[in-house]
Design a binder for this molecule. Structure first.
Ligand SMILES: C[S@@+](CC[C@H](N)C(=O)[O-])C[C@H]1O[C@@H](n2cnc3c(N)ncnc32)[C@H](O)[C@@H]1O
Length: 362
């Protein structure tokens, strides 16, 4: 439970959060999650706790939130920010690849809504000193968590030219991948963000379009260091299995590689048959587990983009869990979890009572 802090720690944490993160598509997220009083929610990317605070506000009285972040600094910042709700929150420093295991460990399931707000917080981008941005000179780290083994410097300084080309091409969708990889090999060792940004400029010249020439390579490195795409796909599948009947899955992504994974998974999971179109009769046995909330992707208004330029590439997709009772029993059993499905759907008074006791513990 999130409140074993020493005196003065909250203040120190607040000082760390100078680079306050403005939550993106906030109203749209709350609406898509259909937040309701007494509901139980998971924020898989807690960050500065902006979305989490709004969820707690709207789910009061009785709402509960499990917040997860791979970055221990994010947990500290959010713990300070969400201090007022400390009886209703459980904040865990974990990678969301372990989402299901965390929920089982803390008996936090099924839930009414799960949010993923992918990417980086403003604190990570501007104040963490971990080399996520080429606007500030810092060591090439780029790990969300210090417990991860491989840093961006390891990749830059030890991978072969072919491997670097592949990463820059696949995760950065950078057309000049070969030139950049070749130049990196020539200039190694490269230890800092500015050294790398300069190397990329030397390889492909300065501004070709509206974005800085290093933008795509930095994105590629961050994705590779944190295995972001693999983790996202797995965590989304886990999230679906944790949602109760009509529970909502909401994902905000910031680049096309992430959005493609979210879109394809939601589309596939909203179909009863996923056989190739040329097969005359269905052989897949697939059952839809989601209903799309809105067929069109939700993007920020021009006013939001003006006030918070970081939001400009955001795309929100949302879906609702659909489930038949047989499947529900099967899913919950496989989670070592038995449940009474009553006329109201999936609420489980005994579990809610136990959770309240857990949350109320000092
Ligand atoms: C855009 S920020 C979230 C901001 C938050 N919604 C808010 O309103 O303050 C994304 C957060 O997700 C975290 N994150 C990214 N990938 C993660 C993963 N695989 N597991 C856990 N946390 C992750 C990052 O550390 C970062 O703090």
């Amino acid at each position: 439970m999130a409140n074993n802090r020493k005196p003065g720690e909250a203040l120190r944490n607040l000082k760390m959060s100078v680079h306050t993160h403005t939550p993106v598509l906030l109203q749209e997220t709350i609406k898509a999650l259909a937040v309701q009083p007494g509901g139980r929610y998971i924020d898989c990317t807690l960050g500065g706790g902006g979305h989490a605070a709004a969820v707690l506000e709207r789910s009061s009285p009785g709402g509960q939130l499990l917040g997860i972040d791979a970055d221990p600094e994010a947990i500290k910042i959010a713990t300070a920010r969400l201090e007022a709700y400390n009886r209703s929150i459980l904040l865990i420093n974990e990678n969301f690849i372990n989402l299901q295991a965390v929920c089982i460990k803390y008996d936090f399931l099924p839930v009414h809504g799960i949010l993923f707000d992918l990417g980086l917080s403003s604190h990570q981008l501007n104040g963490s000193g971990r080399g996520f941005s080429f606007q500030h000179d810092a060591p090439l780290d780029m790990r969300f968590s210090p417990s991860q083994e491989i840093t961006a410097a390891d990749i830059i300084n030890t991978y072969s030219e072919a491997e670097l080309t592949h990463i820059i091409k696949t995760y950065g969708e950078e057309g000049c991948n070969r030139q950049i990889a070749r130049r990196i090999i020539q200039k190694r060792p490269i230890e800092t963000t500015l050294q790398l940004a300069r190397t990329i400029e030397e390889a492909i010249g300065s501004r070709r379009d509206r974005i800085h020439p290093a933008t795509r390579t930095f994105q590629a490195l961050r994705i590779a260091v944190n295995q972001e795409l693999e983790h996202l796909e797995s965590a989304l599948k886990q999230a679906i299995s944790l949602l109760g009947f009509e529970g909502r899955l909401v994902v905000i992504s910031y680049h096309s590689l992430e959005d493609r994974i979210v879109k394809q998974l939601m589309q596939r999971e909203s179909k009863d048959c996923i056989c190739p179109p040329d097969i005359p009769e269905c052989v897949c046995g697939h059952n839809a587990s989601l209903r799309l909330i809105s067929k069109k992707v939700i993007t920020p208004s021009p006013i939001e983009v003006h006030l918070n330029p970081r939001s400009r590439s955001a795309k929100l997709r949302a879906a609702e869990r659909i489930i038949n009772q047989d499947e529900y029993h099967k899913t919950t059993e496989s989670l070592r979890f038995s449940i009474e499905v009553n006329a109201e759907g999936w609420r489980r008074p005994a579990m809610l009572k136990r959770l309240r006791q857990v949350f109320a513990a000092p």
